[in-house]
Design a protein around this ligand. Structure first.
Ligand code: NAD
Length: 339
């Protein structure tokens, strides 16, 4: 198995995965409409520009490039936006999965790795910081999580129906940047805490708002599990050859199993930048769970996955290094490639 179609490979996690694939001897082919990704992030193989809902274009691409397996990242990612445009999120996120599956069947590609999310768990009870296991009830609380869970269910139904082999990877909070400085997080509308905190600390963005300090957590702020994007990329490579058992489908959490509160993130960004990001305390946001921490034991057992980026300060420093000199994206210097 050599040639891997990476949908959404011009985006944040997809581009890091394309790089890891190339470094491991695979040949990645990126399929992306560049709506939130960057041409300059595609550095390790050809880019096919297209819409992931277009099953005919995907089929042509799979046949032309003699694709052996697909890693499907392409989709809409802003949770808040999904409450405003739920139909668009279902269309792209579930319609994208349906088109990928249909094209794989026509092009006889049998292996799929799918980007899923901790958002499929919804709002676990506020009864303490117990890490989340895959067997918990799946009760998303926003259209983004609904659309990703529906994607998982369609994939697992196809695995039962006709022999597709698939792994859904449920990421917790992706963060950090490529150690070589060639890739990083460059979303057009950034909604993730670490890049926003870095921008605030560097004086490049507004002060942060901490949404609630009255949660049942050690310091009262929300706790999340931050996993470095290179560790996520490594898990996708392992998932390409994992034994998925008789059902043909498995879902695995990817996180460190260690949470950081919003206030801890602010302190870590302050240490990395040399200046604490200005922050004010605001009320809770609707539907923000107190604590989302992964039990990633199953990924360890089934994939042999062991995240290497366990020093949170080093993770944050990798993101700061990127943000200070992004190679592309909305914040890049004008003489750098921006697509
Ligand atoms: N970033 C996280 O913390 C996180 C957490 C959990 C799950 N995920 C999932 O991981 C995947 C990648 O996330 P990311 O942070 O790299 O996002 P991203 O926006 O950087 O990457 C997504 C890519 O998909 C492309 N795309 C969007 N709509 C498309 C369409 N209709 N046709 C073709 N391409 C399209 C975009 O141009 C972009 O390059 C997503 O599926 C997301 O739901 C991300």
């Amino acid at each position: 198995m050599k040639r891997i179609l990476v949908t959404g490979g011009a985006g944040y996690i997809g581009s890091h995965t394309a790089k890891a694939l190339a470094e491991a001897g695979y040949s990645p082919v990126v399929f992306d409409d560049l709506s939130n990704g960057h041409r300059a992030a595609v550095q390790w193989g050809p880019l096919v520009v297209g819409d992931v809902r277009d099953a005919d274009a995907l089929t042509r691409c799979m046949r032309e490039h003699r694709i052996d397996a697909v890693i499907h990242f392409a989709g809409l990612i802003e949770v808040g936006r999904s409450a405003i445009e739920p139909d668009r999120f279902w269309d792209v996120n579930l319609g994208g999965v349906a088109a990928v599956l249909s094209a794989m069947r026509r092009a006889r590609v049998e292996r799929l790795v799918f980007s899923s999310t901790a958002a499929v768990y919804g709002q676990p009870l506020d009864d303490g910081p117990a890490p989340l296991v895959e067997s918990l009830p799946l009760q998303p609380i926003n259209p983004y999580g609904d659309s990703k869970l529906a994607g998982e269910r369609l994939i697992s139904a196809c695995a039962r129906a006709y022999g597709l082999q698939a792994v859904a990877l449920r990421y917790f909070n992706a963060c950090g940047a490529d150690r070589d400085g060639r890739l990083g997080e460059a979303h057009r509308a950034e909604s993730h805490l670490i890049p926003l905190a870095i921008e605030a600390a560097l004086g490049l963005g507004p002060a942060l708002t901490v949404f609630g300090t009255d949660f049942p957590t050690p310091d009262g702020a929300c706790v999340r599990d931050y996993v470095h994007v290179e560790d996520l990329a490594a898990a996708h490579l392992l998932a390409l050859t994992a034994d998925v058992g008789d059902s043909g489908f498995m879902a695995l959490n990817l996180g460190l199993g260690r949470g950081r509160s919003v206030l801890e993130v602010i302190e870590a960004v302050g240490r990395a930048v040399g200046r604490r990001p200005p922050a004010e305390i605001g009320p809770r946001r609707d539907g923000d769970p107190a604590c989302l921490v992964a039990d990633a034991g199953r990924a360890g057992r089934c994939l042999g996955w062991r995240p290497g980026w366990t020093d949170f300060d080093a993770v944050v420093r990798s993101a700061v290094k990127w943000r200070e000199a992004p190679a592309f994206g909305p914040a890049a210097a004008p003489d750098r490639a921006v697509a």
